[in-house]
Design a protein around this ligand. Structure first.
Ligand SMILES: C[S@@+](CC[C@H](N)C(=O)[O-])C[C@H]1O[C@@H](n2cnc3c(N)ncnc32)[C@H](O)[C@@H]1O
Length: 328
């Protein structure tokens, strides 16, 4: 028997294995998300169980649990020893511990949840039709938990801001989404006073429950009329979504007291080496953002937007996400 295609296949093997890896990665995303959503990963992080014990403890369908378990073992999410499965501490930290700086579970769940909308790509490519992101609130919540903890950690290392928040100051969250950061800040800094605005009615309704009793108003950054009221302004992955970014930033500046700080957490496109591993996620995610009608900014664009502020600083939080701070 001859294999006429084999020499060509060998010549293309680097490309072949790259593409094969993308297929495998797709299922890796879903194995993680399903494991998180069903609680199977959490259960195996607490106890070492056989597959039968896992089925009876979880009360989930045996057929599905068996399929997930064998995939999760093969993909290294779950370890197997003498017929018992467990999630090792290192993997638990990456997949389940929201406060871990290397937490990736939320990002993987975001990818799985967002991909449910990818059927709409046809409309984007045929007629440029984009989709409101309000339909993906649960996906966003999964991804932004990491931002919130990264911001809280950065704040703890910034004496000026940390002490201000400890002693009691006023913070406005512009584009607060479902209020996850506000709830965490209120818990951490009970003496401070927090306010949120977001133009999405759905997000505001949810934020009012999650971040109760913080005052949250349905409003866009472009139409805010606050004047010299706040010590800190926070914009967590909301600036990219604003149609008139310059207007949002000048309204933010007006809302700040003199000497106040603006803190922006935002994914920024790399200006060099886009094919580096750490930059690849944002490069691919451009397609997801295009579907929602958005574009990531670059560092240069951010500097231009903040030209009326002093002391503009960039802190690389990892994965192309930056904390940008500046002073009025
Ligand atoms: C990715 S979500 C981030 C939510 C929140 N900051 C967080 O960290 O959880 C982006 C948010 O920006 C809001 N947004 C969109 N356009 C905006 C605008 N013009 N001004 C303020 N917020 C806006 C959206 O409604 C959405 O809730």
């Amino acid at each position: 028997m001859t294999y006429p295609n084999l020499p060509r296949l060998k010549a293309c093997s680097a490309d072949f294995s790259r593409l094969w890896g993308y297929s495998v990665g797709f299922y890796g995303v879903w194995l993680v998300h399903v494991g998180r959503q069903t609680g199977l990963l959490e259960r195996l992080a607490c106890d070492q169980l056989s597959v039968s014990q896992l089925i009876s403890a979880s009360k989930l369908h045996p057929f599905a649990v068996r399929a997930w378990s064998s995939g999760a073992i093969c993909y290294g999410l779950v370890s197997e020893k003498k017929g018992r499965l467990c999630v090792k501490p290192g993997m638990k930290a990456l997949l389940l511990d929201k406060k871990n700086p290397h937490y990736l579970g939320g990002q993987l769940s975001y990818l799985a949840l967002r991909s449910l909308k990818y059927g709409d790509f046809e409309g984007l490519f045929r007629s440029g039709k984009t989709r409101e992101m309000s339909s993906t609130l649960s996906a966003i919540e999964q991804a932004t938990d990491w931002d919130h903890y990264a911001f809280l950690t950065s704040v703890r290392y910034n004496k000026k801001i940390h002490n201000l928040l400890l002693s009691g100051c006023r913070l406005l969250d512009v584009g607060c989404g479902t209020g996850g950061l506000l709830a965490k800040m209120q818990h951490e800094y009970p003496r401070s006073n927090f306010t949120g605005v977001d133009p999405s009615a759905k997000a505001v309704a949810r934020a009012r429950k999650i971040a109760k009793p913080i005052k949250i108003t349905k409003e866009a950054g472009e139409s805010m009329a606050f004047e010299s009221e706040f010590d800190i302004l926070y914009l967590g992955e909301s600036l990219y979504a604003a149609h008139d970014k310059q207007k949002v930033i000048s309204n933010c500046r007006r809302a700040l007291k003199s000497g106040g700080t603006i803190a922006i957490v935002e994914g920024l496109l790399p200006e060099s080496n886009p094919d580096r591993n750490e930059n690849k996620l944002i490069m691919g995610m451009q397609l997801d953002f295009a579907l929602q009608g958005y574009k990531f900014m670059t560092r240069k664009q951010m500097v231009r937007l903040l030209s009326k502020f002093a002391r503009v600083r960039f802190r690389d939080l990892g994965g192309s996400v930056y904390l940008v701070t500046a002073t009025k």
